[in-house]
Design a protein around this ligand. Structure first.
Ligand code: URP
Ligand code: ZN
Ligand code: ZN
Length: 477
């Protein structure tokens, strides 16, 4: 008997960023081709009765196999990182092709393309990191790369090997404006951090917990305000990444109240961790939660929840920056317990992002299912030019889907599929986990086992962001 479809998911309770509806979902050639009831038979049938189906997650901020100075190394490459993503319901990842100072941007992209080739299990795109905006980069490489589908780039305001000064930021933002690309800003004031770090070191305060003392909210507030002012000067939308709490949120609200297109991202660590997770004494274990900006406190977690619900945030990403804890290439450089300045910044979270927000947001009654989809999938897809191919349950969209299992369990690192030897969320009680992840119609995770082969994930060509209307093209009369 011939079948019309490759796959039909029956009796789904589908949730999108705007709607909830009960339907069958038919898939052919990796895409959704029909939504309806009583659809014809598929070569494969999956019964989703009683379960919610959402679009697969788009993790628009993660670090996989990013080149960095030895001995430090990301624990996850495109193979293990995208495996972990798929098992956690994420079907698209956007890590960073990072330009080193002195390197051409094109070379950074080619190097990163080679690192990904033949390894990824789910589709991926690249953001660029511009750390050396030479005239060639600004006038030739960046415009050409945008035209080729690398339409977003990150600008650092801190970290010596990455940061740009204000004049350089204006230059890069001008390219974003001219070509309609999305600039992402890591907003922390580098000089303030250095000044505080030296004072803490002079006082012998070098345990992991002092990382948070060296990066108080005001350094994020100042840089966020400056980033907004620079964007206003250039008249370009920007997206502030990994916003940690009230002071940066207030600046973003201020920018929006002044009519500026300021978008924002936050991450699970700002909902579920506090500075106390970096240690209440001088134990080195706190290194596991050293990330920048650092997690704040419970009151700031509430501010982030509010911002997720009231439209301040467009993107909820993991900022998965995977370093093993007990490893010389990880949080203990060369095997040593080092001062906080030298602890690699970042925490793992590519696999836990979706379930944490579904459990603690949707199932705990703090967030609507539509808002969950908007933040974890549709919003990031729109911000980075991947919508409606990604981030949608719609005819023609890629059949990237999650079928949710609701069950109570205690999260343990041994359940996860990354190469990191810990999760910051060890011992958390969760109420749900993806029971099935489909990537372009293929079951890559069935709730128990992972099924994909490295290399099935494809490099995506990104369009321009679709969060705001296109500027009208000037017409000659
Ligand atoms: O601590 C963090 N966030 N590490 C990853 C790099 C970055 O700035 O996003
Ligand atoms: Zn950053
Ligand atoms: Zn990051």
């Amino acid at each position: 008997m011939t079948t019309e479809f490759d796959l039909v998911i029956r009796n789904a309770h589908a949730v999108t960023a705007s709607d909830e509806f009960d339907c069958d979902i038919a898939v052919k050639g990796g895409r959704i081709v029909q939504l309806g009831t009583g659809l014809a038979k598929g070569a494969r049938e999956i019964d989703a009765a009683g379960r919610t189906v959402t679009p697969g997650g788009v993790d628009a901020h993660c670090h996989l196999d990013q080149p960095m100075p030895p001995p430090t190394r990301n624990a996850d490459d495109f193979n293990t990182g995208t495996r972990s993503a798929a098992c956690g319901g994420t079907t698209t990842v956007i890590p960073f092709a990072a330009q080193q100072k002195g390197q051409s941007l094109r070379a950074a992209v080619e190097d990163y393309r080679a690192r990904a080739a033949g390894k990824a299990h789910v589709d991926y795109a690249f953001h660029l990191i511009v750390s050396d905006p030479t005239p060639t980069v600004l006038q030739e490489e960046l415009p050409a790369l945008i035209r080729e589908g690398f339409t977003s780039f990150k600008i650092y305001m801190t970290y010596d090997d990455m940061k740009l000064d204000d004049g350089q930021i204006l230059d890069v933002l001008s390219v974003a404006r001219e070509h309609g690309a999305m600039a992402m800003l890591h907003a922390e004031n580098s000089d303030c951090i250095e000044w505080l770090t030296k004072r803490l070191e002079a006082a012998g305060r070098t345990a992991p917990r002092f990382h948070a003392h060296a990066r108080p909210m005001l350094v994020e507030r100042e840089a966020t305000h400056r980033a907004i002012a620079l964007a206003e000067l250039v008249d370009v939308p920007i997206l502030i990444v990994h916003v940690s709490g009230r002071e940066a949120v207030e600046q973003i609200r201020w920018g929006r109240a002044h009519g500026l297109n300021i978008f924002a991202e936050t991450c699970p660590q700002y909902l579920f961790l506090t500075a106390e997770d970096l240690g209440i004494d001088d134990s080195y274990k706190g290194a596991k939660c050293v990330c920048s900006p650092p997690p704040r406190d419970k009151a700031n977690q509430e501010v982030i929840w509010d911002g997720l619900n009231d439209g301040l945030f467009t993107v909820f990403s993991s900022d998965h920056a995977p370093f093993k804890y007990d490893a010389p290439e990880g949080k203990k450089p060369n095997g040593e317990e080092v001062g906080f300045r030298h602890i690699p910044n970042g925490i793992p979270g590519i696999e836990t992002r979706m379930a944490l927000l579904w459990s603690e947001g949707v199932l705990a009654g703090r967030m609507t299912p539509n808002k969950f989809v908007e933040l974890t999938s549709t919003g990031p897809a729109k911000a980075y030019g991947l919508h409606p191919k990604k981030g949608a349950i719609a005819i023609g969209a890629d059949a990237d889907l999650v079928i949710w299992d609701e069950r109570n369990f205690v999260l343990k690192n041994e359940q996860l599929h990354h190469e990191v030897d810990y999760t910051p969320y060890e011992g958390m009680r969760l109420k749900a986990w993806p029971g099935l992840t489909l990537a372009r119609g293929e079951v890559v995770w069935d709730g128990q086992d992972f099924h994909a082969q490295p290399g099935r994930g494809e490099l995506l060509v990104c369009g321009l962001p679709t969060l705001i209307p296109k500027r009208p093209v000037a017409r000659s009369s």
